[in-house]
Structure formats: C-alpha cells, structure tokens
Design a protein around this ligand. Structure first.
Ligand code: ZN
Ligand code: ZN
Length: 438
C-alpha cells in the first residue's frame, strides 16, 4: 500500500513539474524506477559499516560491469571505480557513498535492516542505512544505466565511484591515497547528492561556496592532584578546572569569532571521578568543533589549546600537569561547492524541476566529499546538492506541529525513497548529459 501511494506521488510530481512537451528522460526514469526500488530495498535491508562494505561493493560493481563500465574494486579498501570512456571531452566523476551506521533500525518498514556487525570500537551493534546512502547508491546505478544507454548523446569520460567509510570521514581520503586521481582519469567535475531530512521529498537544495563544515574531534585530558573531598586545599581539583575550561570555551564563538562566520564548539562528553568524597586526579573532555574556512578552524583549535592551558595555570597546576589537547587526525574538511559550476548545474536543473530547486543555507554537518575538490582546487569543479526525502504527508503534519521529523542518523529516518531516487537519478543524469553534451 505504501508503495502504491509513493509511486502515485512520483507521477503526481512528474505531471506537475513537466513542461508541456513530453520528457523522454523523465519517462525513462519512471520506467526504471520499480527495479531501482527493488535494489533500494535490498541495499536497505543489508547495510554494512564503514570499510566493511564488501557485499555492497561486489553487488554494485557487478551491475556497473554489466553496463559496460571498466570496473576496479578494492580502491581505498572497499571502494569501486567504474570508468566509461566515450570520446573526447571532459572527465565527470559521480560519487555515491556506501556505508551504513551503527544504529538499530526502528522504522518498522517491511524491509528494515536486522543486520548486526562489529563497530570500530569492537562492540556488536545493529546496522542501518540511517543516512540514506542506500538512496545514493540506487540513484548512482539509475544514472549509470541511463548514461550507458545514451552513449550517443554524450562525449567524454565518465568516472563513477562508490566510496566507502563516509561516516567516519576516511573513505574519500583512502580512495585518493590509493590513486583515484592518478590510476584513473582525473575529473574536471565532481558531482554528488545527499538525501535531506529537512526538505520535502523531491525538492532540490543547494548552497554556493561552503556547503558543509570542517569537522574536528578534540580530546582534552585535564590532570589534577587528587585527594579527599573533605580536604580540597590539599588537591588541585580537575573537575573545577575542566568546568572552567568548558565555560571559557563558550567565549571562542561568542566573543572571538566574527558573527558573520559561523562556528561551533560543543563539549559532548565530560568524564571524571567515581565517588562523592574523592577528588579525582583527572578529568576528560570530548569536543566537536565546526568551522568553514581553514583560518577559522586554526583559530578555534589554537584557542582550545590556549584556554585549556590558561585555566590550568590560573588554578595553580604545576607545569608537568598541564592539560593535553589532541586533535584527531584525519579530520573531515569543509565541503566547498565551486560557485560557477554550481550556477551552471542549477541553471540546467531549474527549468526541468520547476518550483523544486532552492538555494539553502550551508549546514554545520560534515561530509568527506570535499576532499575530491581539495585534492586539486585549481582544476576540479565540485558540487554536492541535497535531495529532500521527507514524505509529503509527514512534512505537512510537521508543519502543523503534529509530529517531529527525524533527522539523518535517526533510527526512525525513512525517506520517501522512490521520490528521492527518481529525482536524484534524473538530476544527476541531466546534469552529466549537459556537461558532456556533444
Ligand atoms: Zn551520515
Ligand atoms: Zn551521509
């Protein structure tokens, strides 16, 4: 039933948005959609964690090979590179990410994941495509099919990649380090989409310039001098020092940061002590730090180190017990949509998706897609756009305040997948055909 309603939704969207003349590409997407939804349900039911995407990669690599792509597996551990050379012209790279998350699915969908796996820290967990990477992969196949069937309409080289480990921010780096830009044709354009939990299904959102943030994870270990809770004068209390650090960190954004340049410093974990009457000898903080530019990132990270040290000195902690600040490496660099290319692609998509394409503010989330641009800023044009996934009925209920919408990574995230897949497939195919027009 749900399926019928959703497919009806697709055709309603199609009818509403298509110009008077028939649209051959949209019809082709609609014809492929039932099989794509089958693939989606299979991928959704069988998610794999970061760098464990073995079956996913194998399945999709086989499909790309059957379409006539030259396919290399195992690029950056579990990554896949599918190349189709088709005459002179630009090199266009289309990317989908493959990994699921350590989340126990609670959508109640008939094809909900029941998979379990070992997470990075060794604990067993449920696994779910809670970020919608299953919609990305399905649209990737949908686009590959359409472009392979339209070789007479384009000229150039198509490089389609399936990237592992986006959720831990390491997959793009792993593929680049394994020769993505040297062993395979180097792209002039890189293009991707992400499903979005903040827009109704079938809407397309884009940001020009920075679209997603630098993401840093920072650990701060605050040593003190432990002792009896009744004799604080014989100790250096690390809980009080760490508390001062937490409060002073708030000033990095509120007092030191230009209000026109967004930044976030969040202390997500504060751990210390084991008993009421013992002053512990250590406190530990875990921070997430978000920014857009390299300069702001550096200023925030320098500021965290300065504040940690300064608060410890103010508390009279000896030199050999100053806080230790560690910034996790690698971090996830900000994703930048090159403005000219963004305009070019959106100018092509706007008439096709009339009334469904919107410029939207950048977000403080992270994506390692930005690495493909950063690997050669002078020669690579880059764009990632959003495709809304919230089912229309749910969107309307949320607007009336009747329900709270789940975010990406929620165990309840259940996008209107057919609409996401149809929209993204059509958008990626149309954009690529335009870039490679004969
Ligand atoms: Zn995610
Ligand atoms: Zn994601």
């Amino acid at each position: 039933m749900r399926m019928m309603a959703i497919l009806a939704g697709v055709s309603a969207l199609a009818l509403g948005a298509v110009p008077a003349q028939a649209d051959e590409l949209r019809d082709a997407v609609a014809a492929d959609l039932p099989a794509l939804v089958e693939l989606y349900r299979d991928l959704h039911a069988n998610p794999e964690l970061s760098f464990q995407e073995v079956e996913t990669a194998r399945k999709l690599a086989a499909r790309a090979r059957a379409l006539g792509f030259t396919v290399t597996e195992g690029v950056g551990k579990t990554g896949v590179v599918a190349v189709m050379e088709n005459g002179p012209g630009p090199v266009v790279l289309l990317r989908a990410d493959m990994d699921g998350l350590p989340v126990v699915e609670q959508t109640g969908l008939p094809f909900a994941s029941k998979k379990r796996a070992l997470a990075q820290n060794g604990t067993e967990t449920g696994v779910m495509h809670a970020c919608g990477h299953d919609t990305h992969m399905t649209a990737w196949i949908g686009t590959a099919q359409l472009l392979a069937a339209r070789k007479s309409e384009w000229s150039g080289t198509l490089v389609m990649i399936l990237q592992p480990a986006e959720e831990i921010g390491q997959g793009a780096k792993a593929m680049l380090e394994d020769g993505l830009f040297t062993r395979f044709p180097k792209p002039d354009y890189v293009l991707a989409f992400h499903d979005a939990a903040q827009f109704p299904a079938g809407q397309i959102g884009y940001s020009k310039g920075f679209a997603l943030a630098n993401v840093d994870s920072v650990d701060v270990v605050v040593p003190g001098v432990g002792g009896h809770g009744a004799y604080p004068h014989t100790t250096k209390d690390p809980i009080v020092i760490a508390s001062s650090i937490v409060m002073r960190l708030q000033t990095l954004v509120s007092r030191e940061q230009n209000p026109n340049d967004p930044a976030v410093v969040t202390v997500g974990s504060f751990q210390a002590g084991a008993k009421h009457n013992i002053i512990p000898d250590e406190a530990r903080l875990q921070l997430t730090v978000r920014s857009y530019s390299d300069e702001t990132r550096k200023r925030l990270l320098d500021g965290i180190a300065r504040i940690a040290k300064g608060e410890a000195i103010a508390a009279g902690v000896p030199e050999d017990k100053l806080p230790r600040v560690t910034v996790q490496d690698p971090y996830t660099p900000a994703t930048y949509n090159t403005p000219e290319f963004t305009d070019q692609v959106m100018a092509g998509l706007k008439p096709r998706f009339e009334g469904r394409v919107f410029e939207v503010p950048a977000v403080m989330g992270g994506e390692d897609f930005g690495r493909f641009y950063r690997a050669d800023k002078a020669n690579v044009q880059s764009l990632i756009f959003w495709v809304g996934g919230v089912p229309q009925a749910e969107w309307e209920r949320a607007q009336k305040g009747e329900v709270e919408l789940p975010s990406l990574h929620s165990p309840f995230w259940a996008p209107d997948a057919p609409v996401v897949i149809a929209t993204a497939t059509e958008a990626l195919t149309a954009a690529t055909l335009k870039l490679m027009e004969k």
